[in-house]
Design a protein around this ligand. Structure first.
Ligand SMILES: [Zn+2]
Length: 473
């Protein structure tokens, strides 16, 4: 039986360049995707860009650009993450793509048919920074705590509403029947409490005259869809829904990765929308924390937004992937600092892993040794267990224990003091261990793992340094 696994990140909003927080999300997703592939699954891995809404419309006007042109520039940058971070993504869609536009409209029609969309007068407090409505309890001094520099805007107009209140019972029942639906547990509890406290219908349209940058509401050309309603549909439009039902049924329900600021949208709103459209709910949702830089939240005003492209240029793709998967806890906030990056580059990557591979392949080349894999590599039970809990840092710790122990064995045996006939078996058994280390490194450092495999398959060749010294920094 063929096994299928669909994983997707959120679609980042294209009002700024990609930052390290989204790099974390998509590298975590890539690690899971590659692990599933190693475990025998066919894997579809999707991401995309969220391009409608007031914030983008205003930004484009400020820059005197056509909104579509403005989005084109940014979407390209996000798509370029695939190369910069060596991602195994298979699907990418922009919410301005005509297929997505049709999908969002079709989704709307299904919810409408089910009686979940209605029109009413509407007055609301709105944070343009979040592109979200805010209730009084979410505001501090009538300001959004995430965007204290922006004034809360108040709208009054006739809007379409989504009957979210109707889904309280069904959501709670669904959560109960799927006790691992959201990871980590504390985030699951947070959303259960939110739903238990009662759900309010929310506005899902805007008057086109005031804000034209959105998908037209089917059957009412005076309104465009609220950006979140349109964007959430990207999870399935990316698979070809509703046109390609065969592909959709093959891959959905999917596994979603999202940041903690997205908890409500992904785990409650989107799930209620799926129920309303009579589509299966997501399979599981992984919620990660934020990346701070030198202990501070990344923000434009602080000027500390760390750009993944600059980092990969400076340290290489795998070093950045290593930092994100090893130093940032899977489900918690973590910190990025240049000093820590340099430190782990020098110690764990260049000294421990890089030197191990360099000295082993050099000795083997001198002795003219060849390596042939006898038995296929397999992930051990403990590693699979840790993967199923998404404990990336613990798996890397485990791999690094093997690297350190192999380094120690080599130091103790000191093959360089021995004759080549005396060290042959030792070297070949060390290469066998290195081969299994490279196998386990694949989901984390795919390029490095490939380089090692290449150097040791067949006639062993001395490898070029995997993590060359950072001379210029
Ligand atoms: Zn805000």
């Amino acid at each position: 039986m063929e096994k299928y696994f669909y994983i997707t990140t959120t679609a980042p909003y294209v009002n700024a360049n990609p930052h390290l927080g989204f790099a974390l999300e998509i590298v975590q997703a890539d690690c899971i995707a590659r692990f599933k592939k190693l475990s025998g699954f066919n894997v579809a891995f999707g991401f995309g860009t969220d391009e409608h809404g007031l914030k983008i419309y205003r930004r484009a006007l400020d820059e005197k650009k056509d909104p579509q042109k403005y989005c084109d520039e940014y979407a390209k940058k996000f798509e370029n993450l695939k190369t910069a971070l060596n991602l195994s993504t298979t699907h990418f869609i922009r919410t301005t793509n005509p297929h997505h536009v049709k999908a969002a409209q079709e989704f709307w029609k299904l919810c409408l048919k089910n009686g979940d969309i209605y029109k009413k007068n509407y007055q609301v407090k709105y944070c343009v920074g979040c592109e979200l409505e805010k209730t009084d309890s979410e505001l501090t001094n009538n300001r959004c705590p995430l965007h204290p520099n922006l004034k809360i805007e108040i709208y009054e107009e006739e809007n379409y509403f989504f009957r979210f209140s109707r889904y309280q019972e069904r959501l709670l029942k669904f959560y109960q029947e799927n006790p691992n639906f959201i990871l980590p547990k504390e985030k699951f509890n947070e959303i259960k409490n939110f739903v238990k406290n009662g759900l309010k219908d929310f506005s899902i349209s805007r008057i086109k005259e005031k804000m034209p940058w959105g998908i037209e509401v089917p059957g009412d050309s005076k309104h465009v869809m609220y950006v979140w309603f349109d964007a959430l549909v990207f999870y399935i439009s990316n698979l070809g829904w509703p046109i390609n039902q065969k592909e959709f049924k093959k891959w959905w329900p999917g596994f979603q990765v999202a940041g903690k600021d997205n908890l409500r949208q992904q785990t409650a709103i989107w799930q209620a929308m799926l129920m309303s459209a009579n589509l299966p709910n997501s399979k599981q949702i992984f919620i990660h924390g934020f990346v701070t830089v030198n202990g501070q939240r990344m923000s434009k005003s602080l000027g500390n937004i760390t750009d993944p492209f600059t980092l990969t240029k400076k340290y290489g793709t795998d070093a950045v992937r290593y930092y994100l998967l090893r130093e940032i806890p899977s489900f918690d906030d973590g910190d990025y600092s240049e000093n820590r990056m340099k430190e782990i580059y020098r110690t764990e990557l260049a000294n421990e892993l890089g030197n191990l591979v360099l000295r082993l392949t050099k000795l083997c080349e001198q002795d003219n040794l060849s390596f042939k894999m006898e038995t296929a590599n397999k992930l051990d039970k403990k590693t699979i267990e840790l993967f199923n809990e998404f404990q990336f840092n613990l798996i890397l710790e485990k791999i690094w224990r093997k690297i350190k122990s192999l380094n120690k064995q080599i130091d103790q045996f000191a093959p360089w003091n021995k004759k080549s006939s005396q060290r042959r078996n030792f070297l070949l058994s060390s290469i066998q261990q290195l081969n299994s280390i490279a196998f386990e490194l694949q989901p984390f450092l795919p390029q490095t793992a490939d380089k090692i495999k290449k150097a040791i398959s067949g006639k062993i060749k001395k490898i070029d340094p995997l993590f060359p010294p950072l001379i210029n920094y």
